[in-house]
Design a binder for this molecule. Structure first.
Ligand SMILES: CC(=O)SCCNC(=O)CCNC(=O)[C@H](O)C(C)(C)COP(=O)(O)OP(=O)(O)OC[C@H]1O[C@@H](n2cnc3c(N)ncnc32)[C@H](O)[C@@H]1OP(=O)(O)O
Ligand SMILES: O=C([O-])CC(=O)C(=O)O
Length: 374
């Protein structure tokens, strides 16, 4: 059953058209250009899905090989961008680093006109992992890493730079799945930000920079980090249950649960949960995964709230040794495809997005002289 959509937050209002994805059409489904995300996550690499979203069709083998070669060739960072990254403090939030990195790239490699939108997008897809890892490794480990690795995939490139060694096949596979699950989601807050910016005929880097800012918040992409911070405070499933009950009685918001559109479940959860379970077995975990499962049970039992895409991403990333503050930047590395495709779609049939407001302020009045003001 579809969720009742009305009230504040523009809920339920159609704000434009898209051919890119459907969200929650049957209460819980998610499709990218007509393909079920479950099928894509089961059989595709992220680069195939990025190609589908950005170029409109699934690539054949030679198109995929060519696309991966192109992306591989675009991983390097200009020195001026490295200089900026080296000046950002260690305690900065990596989402802010990425926002600045994207903006700086826009200064160095401007999108001169819309015929360059595909190139600008591919460049960002290829080098966002480089930006984040270059800054992270420089500020945390004091090393200037080589960002031009020969890894086959974007996820593999990211893990290689982060850990300083080639990733295991299992981890590269989980990255494909994770990046596919996060790639596109209709008119969510960050994508809508990108579309509003695009509707002024602004450039691609400005649209993406704004979208990164919207994704950062804990009610959106930042929830995967917030969920991790919560679950790592629980020592066992029973401890999790006790603390969750206390949080619920205080009416705290529990990050990683609930959704603006889905009514019954988030289809991405079941998939990433399965991978989290595999990774838990792989690392011999007997705390974080059972804690996460108990949180899911308590939230459903008490509030009929289900895990969204973010909740089991927290434990999955943690099992792969990814620092918590890099969780949301991974979301960016993926959602960039959706943002850019929406910018292209908006540009192709544009009218400036400019809604109206219901005024609730003072009636018209005179400006008092300074001497008469309290
Ligand atoms: C990839 C993503 O961006 S997925 C979303 C990630 N964000 C989170 O996980 C943050 C936690 N979740 C939330 O804040 C919300 O569920 C949102 C922002 C995702 C959706 O917000 P809304 O559409 O306003 O939620 P919705 O209308 O379904 O809320 C219904 C009720 O459930 C409550 N509720 C919803 N989610 C939660 C939650 N995670 N914890 C506790 N209560 C919740 C709401 O407060 C609301 O109660 P009220 O009617 O007493 O105010
Ligand atoms: O659609 C939303 O509101 C949030 C979400 O799940 C996403 O952007 O992936």
């Amino acid at each position: 059953m579809a969720k009742q959509l009305s009230g504040a937050g523009l809920r339920g209002q159609v704000a434009g058209k898209t051919a890119l994805s459907t969200v929650g059409v049957s209460g819980s489904g998610l499709t990218y250009r007509g393909y079920d995300v479950k099928d894509l996550a089961a059989s595709c690499q992220f680069e195939e899905v990025a190609y589908l979203i950005l170029k409109g069709k699934l690539p054949n083998q030679s198109e995929l090989d060519g696309y991966k070669t192109t992306l591989r060739s675009m991983r390097g960072l200009p020195q001026a961008l490295k200089d900026v990254l080296e000046r950002i403090p260690k305690d900065a939030h990596p989402m802010d680093v990425l926002r600045t990195g994207c903006s700086m790239l826009g200064n160095l490699e401007m999108e001169n006109d819309f015929s360059e939108q595909g190139h600008a997008t591919d460049r960002m897809l290829a080098c966002f992992p480089s930006i984040i890892c270059y800054w992270y490794r420089f500020t945390h480990d004091g090393v200037r890493i080589d960002v031009e690795t020969d890894d086959d995939s974007i996820g593999g490139h990211f893990l290689h730079m982060l850990h300083g060694e080639k990733p295991r096949e299992l981890h590269e596979q989980v990255m494909h799945v994770s990046l596919i699950l996060y790639a596109e989601h209709e008119f969510n807050a960050s994508t809508f930000t990108a579309r509003v910016c695009a509707s002024t005929l602004s450039d691609m880097h400005s649209c993406v920079t704004g979208a990164i800012g919207s994704l950062r918040g804990p009610l959106h992409g930042g929830a995967n980090e917030a969920a991790m911070e919560m679950i790592e405070g629980f020592t066992s499933a029973d401890d999790a249950e006790e603390k969750m009950m206390a949080m619920l009685s205080r009416k705290d918001k529990i990050m990683g649960f609930g959704h603006a559109i889905y009514s019954e479940s988030d289809p991405r959860n079941e998939i990433i949960k399965g991978w989290s379970e595999k990774l838990a077995a792989d690392v011999g975990d007997n705390v974080l995964y059972p804690v996460s499962v108990r949180c899911e049970e308590v939230m459903w039992r008490e509030k009929k709230l289900f895990c969204n895409a973010d909740f089991f991403h927290a434990s999955a990333y943690n099992f792969m040794g990814i620092p918590t503050k890099l969780f949301t930047p991974i979301f960016v590395m993926s959602r960039l495809t959706g943002w850019a495709a929406h910018v292209m779609e908006q540009r192709a049939d544009n009218r400036i997005i400019r809604p109206s407001a219901e005024y609730t302020g003072e009636d018209i009045r005179d400006v008092p002289p300074m001497s008469a003001r309290s």
